[in-house]
Design a protein around this ligand. Sequence first.
Ligand code: NAP
Length: 215
Amino acid sequence: MTTLGLIGAGHIGSQLARLGVANGYDVVVSNSRGPDTLQDLVTELGDQARAATPAEAAAAADLVVVTIPLSGIASLPVAELAGKIVIDTNNYYPQRDGNIPALDDESTTVSELLQDKLPDSKVVKAFNHIYASALTEDAQPTGSDNRRALIVAGDDASARLRVTELLNTFGFDAVDLGPLAEGWRIQRDTPGYGPRMNDAELRAATVAAKRYRDM
Ligand SMILES: NC(=O)c1ccc[n+]([C@@H]2O[C@H](COP(=O)([O-])OP(=O)(O)OC[C@H]3O[C@@H](n4cnc5c(N)ncnc54)[C@H](OP(=O)(O)O)[C@@H]3O)[C@@H](O)[C@H]2O)c1
C-alpha cells in the first residue's frame, strides 16, 4: 500500500486526496490550522484517510504533495521531506503571494524555488494547470480516446517516472517537460494553463508557450 501525504487540503489537496482514496492509496491530509479542522474531509474520505500535521504527513508518506499558496513554502517541514518525491502544484499569483523578485524577473520558476527550499527532496511539478473540480471530472482510464494529459517536470528522471505512473493511475496521460527549469511552459497565462487538452494538444501548447518577458 502506498501512502500519499497532502500538505494543503484545500481545493486541490482535497481533490487529490479523493483520487488517492479512490485508487487504493492510504492518504494523510494536513493544513496550517491543524488536524482537528480536517475531520469533515477525513470522514468523507473514509478509513483509508487520516489527518495530521504537515510534518507527520510528510514523514508518513511515500509520495508527498505540496499544494498550498506559494507564500507558505517557508514553513514546510524540510527534514521530514528529505529523500522523498514532492509533487508541487503551486502557481505564482503576486496579488495573493506577494511579489517574489526571482519570479518577477524570471530568473527562476515556481518549482525550482521549492526545490531550492527542499534540497534533499525530489521535486516534481504536476497538477498545477488543471482546475480542482476537473481532477475528478476529467479522469479517465488508461487508453481512453482523447484522454486528458497533464505535465510532469523534475530534475530527477526516476521521480518524473513515478509521478507519470501516479498520473496514469489517477486518470491522465503525462507529457514530460524534462527538468524543473522547463516548468515555465505551463505557468499562469500560457496556452496550456487551464483548458482540457489531450497529449498532442498539450505538447503543442507547451512548445508554443512564451516567457512573460516575450509576451
Ligand atoms: N484551485 C485550483 O483549481 C488550482 C489548480 C491548480 C493549481 N492550484 C495551485 O495549488 C495551490 C493550492 O491551491 P488551492 O486552490 O488548493 O488552495 P486553497 O483552496 O486556498 O487551499 C490551500 C490549503 O493550503 C493550506 N495551507 C496554507 N498555508 C499552509 C502552510 N503554511 N502549511 C500547510 N498548509 C497550508 C490551507 O490550510 P488552512 O486553510 O488551514 O490555512 C489549505 O488547506 C496554489 O498554489 C494554487 O495556485 C490551484
